[in-house]
Ligand binder design. Structure first.
Ligand code: G6P
Length: 616
């Protein structure tokens, strides 16, 4: 992962780079750095730690130069210390690089360069890129008719296997910035006499809403007079300017203490936007613009494979249930990281649905490539507009829940489930569901945002529950049916941000092993709402209580029967079984949020994690 930003323009680059890095910090935050080019001299500052630490070591008065590159790192090769922090400078001190991605053949290239006498000073794969460009630059052979900097970048890129989003500057070209992309995202913001390269639009939108999305194996050379785009083999390509579709307000904290809380709270409006204009209850129809051209194949699908990572994988598990239940299409869920290394059987009529908030997750992208190679139609359910997955899939549905910045995913999960529900209901109606039944489900679906509001109003009470259990180091999350993936998601949220060990399980599986763990020091969080499996889960709660376990129960409003079983009871509005995950997950998000805050953790930037995992 990592985030990169670069600026060429008439303003001072330093504050623009720092501001951009702060917006990209969710992509990685173990070390950071910037390089400015002033005249023919690089000014490089880098440090282990966060952007705020970098900010502290920078000169208070920014150097007068409008050219620079910056990086926030999530370490893959080499410890997250100052030496390994980007930018990396080459052995000739002419080339400076920031990089997001992984160079797979870096050790071969490193060996080759060392044999040529090149000296390395870091453990990173990125230093190989800098040195390789430097090597070609100093040789300069074959660069006739082309500027030498651009030429040497192309020579080097053609030697690399792996992924990169790159921004590069050269000491001999004080007005030139080069960007290149393969596998990692890279966007060029085009302003009035200024240009910003960044890993995503959040670092650009403050300066301009016009952008160019580079494709893989493309690069851009920018000077004060303009820019030109080409392939890394030097074939000119023309790119259209696109409008960035979100505003600065959407990516600011707006008075909340954390992005995670802001995003949890935003769910009613985010879901209303996700459903808005798509669901027509009267006609029992759902119109999803991005898949119209593939509706026929989707309706006739013989099998659906849902693939994703992390939270999106939990949403996929809900999707599997919805497709089977409502559309009666055989469905299965695969971790993208596993799917891609198997030899998956894709028959005629297999549809692969890839789910991703960021649209950049490397494993999910690789799974998509494989599915396409095998002839599947691949559908993307993605939040970030214009992201790589959105552009790689045959058709897609955007979540429309707005930018998600907190590393722990919240509103993207409910958005993913809402999209899957819309799709399953629409395909179900086209296949066999009675229109009246579909209309009834759709009417209930559009009521979900209001129901979420009711749960959000219990935040202070849920905080008390977190407080009462804050000293417990191991938690179990248990649910059945559609609430089993929600149990997994609740456990993941708690792990990610509070660093408390938690496991999610189908409640009935507990007796096959995990029940051995139950003591009064291990809270069991049960999702025991009114559903077809209600009586069964009551039995599972009894089993825990009989062994002295403490229970936190999420139950349906007005359920008196369950009260004696709960040490802590969270009541939520009644919702039809198949739409419940969008509401049952809300108290679990709040529980994890409050537990993390009470433990004093950095909720939006949990240790060792990054929001967008663009490495395998
Ligand atoms: C990372 C994030 C998770 C996220 C997963 C998949 O691990 O920390 O929150 O669920 O990637 O990300 P995606 O953007 O593909 O949904």
């Amino acid at each position: 992962m990592c985030g990169i930003v670069a600026y060429l323009g008439q303003k001072k680059a330093q504050p623009i780079l720092i501001e951009g890095l702060k917006r990209l910090e969710y992509r990685g935050y173990d070390s950071a750095g910037i390089a400015l080019l002033k005249g023919d001299a690089f000014i490089i500052n880098k440090t282990a730690g966060r952007i705020s630490t970098l900010d502290e070591i920078l000169p208070a008065e920014p150097p007068v130069t409008g050219l620079g590159i910056g990086h926030t790192r999530w370490a893959t090769h080499g410890a997250p210390n100052t030496t390994n922090a980007h930018p990396h400078i080459d052995y000739t001190s002419k080339i400076t690089v920031v990089h997001n991605g992984i160079i797979e053949n870096y050790s071969t290239l490193k060996k080759w360069l060392i044999e040529k006498g090149v000296v390395f000073s870091t453990e990173t794969d990125t230093e190989v890129i800098a040195n390789l460009i430097g090597y070609f630059y100093s040789s300069g052979d074959g660069s006739e008719g082309q500027n030498r900097f651009e030429w040497s970048v192309q020579q080097a890129l053609n030697e690399l296997y792996g992924t990169y989003g790159l921004a590069i500057i050269c000491a001999d070209y004080p007005n030139m910035l080069i960007g290149a992309k393969k596998g990692s995202p890279l966007i060029l913001g085009v302003g009035e006499n200024e240009y910003v390269i960044a890993s995503d639009a959040s670092a650009i939108v403050e300066h301009t809403t016009q952008a160019i999305y580079l494709a893989d194996n493309e690069m851009v050379t920018i000077t004060a007079d303009g820019f030109h785009t080409m392939t890394i083999d030097n074939v000119a390509v023309s790119k259209d300017l696109k409008n960035i579709e979100f505003s600065l307000e959407q990516i600011e904290l707006a008075g909340f203490d954390h992005y995670m809380l802001k995003e949890i709270t935003e769910q009613p409006t985010a879901l209303a936007t996700c459903l808005g204009g798509r669901v027509d209850v009267k006609s029992a129809r759902v119109v999803l613009g991005g898949i119209q051209s593939h509706l026929r194949e989707l309706t006739r699908a013989k099998r659906v494979i849902l693939t994703a990572c992390g939270t999106a994988w939990h949403a996929a598990l809900v999707g599997e249930f919805l497709f089977e239940q409502l559309a009666r299409i055989p469905s299965e869920v695969e971790y993208a990281s596993e799917f891609r290394y198997r030899n998956p059987i894709i028959n005629d009529g297999t549809i692969v649905i890839a789910i991703s908030q960021s649209g950049e997750t490397a494993d999910t992208l690789a799974a998509i490539e494989l599915a396409k190679e095998r002839g599947a139609i691949v559908l993307g359910i993605v939040n970030v507009v214009g992201s790589t997955i959105a552009r790689t899939t045959n058709a897609g549905i955007y979540l429309r829940v707005g930018p998600e910045i907190g590393v722990a995913s919240t509103k993207a999960f409910t958005g993913q489930v809402a999209v899957l529900a819309m799709l399953a209901i629409e395909l179900g109606r086209r296949r066999h569901l009675a229109s009246d039944y579909a209309a009834d489900l759709l009417a209930k679906l559009v009521e979900i945002p209001e129901k979420i509001k009711e749960i959000l109003s219990q935040s202070a009470y849920i905080k008390e529950i977190a407080q009462a259990n804050i000293d417990k180091e191991n938690w179990l999350f248990l649910g059945r049916g559609l609430n089993y993936p929600v149990a997994l998601e609740g456990a993941l949220k708690l792990k990610e941000i509070s660093y408390i060990h938690a496991e999610g399980l189908p409640a009935a599986e507990m007796k096959h092993g995990p029940i051995a763990l139950i003591t009064e020091r291990m809270p069991g969080v049960f999702i025991a709402t009114k559903s077809t499996q209600y009586e069964k889960i009551i039995g599972n709660i009894e089993e825990v209580r009989a062994r002295g376990g403490k229970t936190i129960i999420v139950a349906t409003e007005g359920d008196e029967q369950i009260k004696p079983y709960a040490d802590h009871l969270i009541s939520i509005p009644d919702v039809v079984d198949c739409l419940q995950p969008m509401v049952t997950v809300i108290p679990l998000q709040l529980l994890a949020y409050h537990a993390a805050v009470l433990r004093g953790h950095d909720v939006d930037k949990p240790r060792n994690l990054a929001k967008s995992v663009t490495v395998e």
